[in-house]
Each structure stands twice: as C-alpha cells, then as structure tokens.
Design a protein around this ligand. Sequence first.
Ligand SMILES: Cc1cc2nc3c(=O)[nH]c(=O)nc-3n(C[C@H](O)[C@H](O)[C@H](O)COP(=O)(O)OP(=O)(O)OC[C@H]3O[C@@H](n4cnc5c(N)ncnc54)[C@H](O)[C@@H]3O)c2cc1C
Ligand code: SF4
Length: 512
Amino acid sequence: MPTKYDAIIIGSGFGGCMTAYKLIGSGLKVLMLERGDWVQRGPENWEANQTLELTPQYDNTSALRVEAGGNKPLMGQYSCVGGPSVYYGGVSFRFRAADFNPPEDIIGDSGAQWPISYDDLEPFYDEAEKLLNISGESGVDPTEPHRNQAYPQKVGALAEVSVKVKQSAEKLGLKPFQLPLAINYHDHNRSTCQNCTTCDTFACAVSAKNDLATMIIPDLIEKGMELRPNCLVLSLERSGSRITEVKCIDKSTNQTITFQADKVILSGGALASPALLLSSGLDQNNRGGDLIGRYLMRHLNAIIFGIYPGAADKEKRFHKQIAILDYYFGHPSLKTNFTKIGSLQQIPTPNPGIVENEVKGILGKTLGKAVKLLTGLLAIAEDQPQYSNRLWVDSSKKDKYDLPQPVIFHQYSKRDKEALKLLINPAKKIINGTGALAHYVHHIRTFSHAVGTVRMGENPQTSVLDRNCQFRGLDNLWVVDGSFMPASAAVNPSLTIAANALRVGGEISEKK
Ligand SMILES: Cc1cc2nc3c(=O)[nH]c(=O)nc-3n(C[C@H](O)[C@H](O)[C@H](O)COP(=O)(O)OP(=O)(O)OC[C@H]3O[C@@H](n4cnc5c(N)ncnc54)[C@H](O)[C@@H]3O)c2cc1C
Ligand code: SF4
C-alpha cells in the first residue's frame, strides 16, 4: 500500500516551506515534492560561472516561451531545494500598511482587492523574520509599518561605498537606512557572513545566507517531513471536488509515481503554479477558468549605475546595504499626482559572471572586466495588475515530460513606466553625490519578482483563491506561493509570501 500523507506540498520555496512549518508543528504527516536537487556549498560557489543561467540549477528543460516582456524568447527557472531563495539577495521587507489598500490608479479595472490587511499579517511577519533571522533596524524607515517585535538580529557594518551612498542621500534631506537582510552576521553558532562579492544571484559558499535550504528545510526534515528532491509534479488528478492524486516523475530514476493526501498545497511559484493548474485542466472548476495565469506582475525594475573613475568598491566587499523609501508614497520634489511610486535600494558592483551570463563570448569577458567601475541603486516601481498580462499553456508544444509549454505575455502600462521614471532622477542625484562621473541605466527584464497569477480575494468573480488561499471549487487544494497576491507593492516579495504562508498554514492545519 502506498503511504497516505496528511498533506502534500509541491515546491520548497517560501510558500511551501512556511506552510510546511505550520503543518509539521500541528503534527501532520507531510510530503514535500521539489523538482530540483540540493545545491552543494563550498568554494566553487564563489566562481563567476555559479550565477543565473550559468549554474546547473538554472533549469531549461521546460523553458517558458516569452511572447512579450523578458529578455530572451525562451526562459528557464531556478530549480532546487529551497527554490530561488538559495540564490536571492536576501532583502526582506514587510509590505507597507497602505500596500494592502492600493490606490485606484494602480488597481484600474483589474478588480484586485486584498482580502486581508497589514494587521492580519503583522504577527506572521514577526514569525517569518524570526525564522529567517532577519537583520534590520527599526524606527528609521519613513514608511515603516508598525511592528510588535524588534528585528531578531542587528545589522552588519557598512562598507565604505554604502557609507558614501548614505551620506549623499542624507545631504539631499532623505532618510536612508539599512536594508533588512536574511544574512547571518551575529549568530556565532553557525557561519557568519564574510562580506563576499557574490551574494545576490549566487548561492552562499559558507551557508551564511539565511535561505530556506539553510534555515528551514533541514529542521523540517528532522521533525518528520519527508522531502523528495528531483521530483517533478506532472499533474493534479481530480475527482469531484477533491484532488485525489498527485502524479510525478522522479527525475533521477525516470519513474512515474503517484502520491495521495488529504490536503494538497501547491507552491511552485507564480509561473509554475498556474502552468500546473492549467495543464491539469483545473481551469474548468470555477470562474478561475478565465483568471488562472492572468494579472501577472513582476515590478518594473531598473538599476541606476554610477560610473566611477576607478574601482567603485575599493574594499571588494558586499555592499547591498542601503534602502531609501522617501519616494514610496510620493515626495514634494516630484511633480506627480501618483500617491504610490516605489523604492530605491543599493545594488552592488556586478560580478563579472553576471555580465558574461548576459553577453556571451569575448565581448562578455571584456565587459566583465569593466564592471568594477560601477555601483548603483535599484529602483523598484509597483506595476499594475493587468488582465492582458498572463501565463498560459500551449498544448501544441510539449516538453520531454509531455507537459505543455508555458507561455508568458507581459507588457508594462504607461503608469508603470511613469512611476519608474520618477524614481530614476532622484537615484541619479544620490549617485552623483558619491563621486560618479556619469550614469548608466540598466533595465531589468527578468521575472524574478513574479506574483499575482492565481490571486486571492473575497469575490469569486474576480479571484481564484479565497482569503485563506483555498482554490475555489476544490475542497482540498490551496495555492500559497507568490501567485496569491492581488497587487505587487513596491518592495521585494519574499517576506510577504512567507508571512502569508504562515498565516494560511495555520488555517490549513485546522481545516477538517
Ligand atoms: C536572483 C534572484 C534574487 C532575488 N532576490 C530577492 C530578494 O532579495 N528579496 C526578495 O524578497 N525576493 C527576491 N527574489 C524573489 C524571490 O526569490 C521570490 O519572490 C520567491 O522565491 C517566491 O517564492 P514562492 O514561494 O512564490 O516560490 P519559489 O520560491 O519560486 O518556490 C517554488 C518552488 O517550487 C518548485 N517547483 C515548481 N514547479 C514544480 C513542480 N511542478 N514540481 C515540483 N517542484 C516544483 C521550484 O523548483 C521551487 O523550488 C529574488 C529572485 C531571484 C531569482
Ligand atoms: S555576502 Fe555573506 S551571506 Fe552573502 S554570499 Fe557572501 S558570505 Fe554569504
């Protein structure tokens, strides 16, 4: 007889792990299925080819076709235990309280509405920050939402280049502060941060980044969770109002396996989850037939690099440290009616490997050497949830697992572009004050902040999930990754995905 589980969780990213944390805590028997493998840690993670598409964890087997948006016609995805958290920048912001009630000029005719408020999530933000041991400083961020607990960890020391950015912003009358980061600076029971220059987009060689594979998954396994890496979920089989089987392929043996559980929790990320729902035919189930995959958001991001006369970061150390949120809800110096714009955060001197990933061959290697002259600020503008921006599946094209090809169409609105433009000028001023000779604005076209494709809401006509992320029309299916978000806010999404999963994880555990 095959093992019967209380719950199957698909995906080991933020949504999956935090839901698992609650279910395991309630004594449930949990199986987690993850399509990728563990990422090995060691000095090789510092190599220039251990980033983005150059790493073996960047999986192109079931590449997405990008019809609009993106920087390439075909796009793979990070696929590993812990999901992209292993490679992420660790920036761990709470959404602002007003993000849960976005203005009309962002929502437009999308019908997006948060069914929860900041207060509903606040205790779970506390819990997520504690679990991920976030370092941060409170009382200095001009848009900070109220918090009941202090950050669990103090911030790390600033690099010289970060001090310059901070001072330049202060001279302009702004209130810069240190980014909340999922990095271990002060817990000497494990490796602490070595301030290397390969953090964002690289796995941490010494496991000092507080990613899920380091901080959460080993503990869950110790407490009884069964993890199956290299196990790609192919379909969710339905009978009546229940998911009865989860069909997978074990990529290491090529064997097809099916699993059963009382509860099925999908957390494949905002691109993989709608693809699986659609290819499993679950769009027939509710009005979600026309909603699953729609309203894809990904922020509108650009890096404003300063070009310096010599090495921008003479110390050669980590310097993604400063945040500037003074423009988040508008600013007297900006001529606009928008009441919501976005955030600025420091971005380090790029590693040559990141350039070589983008520009292949000798040119990439030559440009790679020149990037030491750069450092800058990342501008993140909130993007609108638009019906036309979507992911769907093309059944006429199949991959080697016989899965239909996921297709993305994404175009930014006029408002999205105007919001980003408003952020670029102040970013240039701040960079000018740090001794830069000129600027270079690099537009980011990736989908690393994808959210919103299986959104939640109170209204069944405009949302696929209810307020507890239960899939309407099915009694035992929940979707807990970043797909659930009705709107994207303008700070990095992972902590909000984590907090929400802790919130709904409690509800799922109790549901009979
Ligand atoms: C380079 C990079 C840097 C980033 N930096 C930051 C940052 O600093 N701060 C921040 O907040 N956010 C950052 N992000 C974004 C952040 O990583 C995502 O928002 C977050 O990981 C999304 O969480 P999730 O739970 O929605 O899904 P994910 O974390 O994407 O997890 C989904 C998991 O499901 C697995 N999966 C998918 N389909 C299947 C299937 N069919 N079968 C089995 N397993 C499956 C995937 O392999 C993956 O492990 C970054 C992203 C990238 C790529
Ligand atoms: S900067 Fe610190 S946390 Fe980031 S990869 Fe280097 S050692 Fe790890």
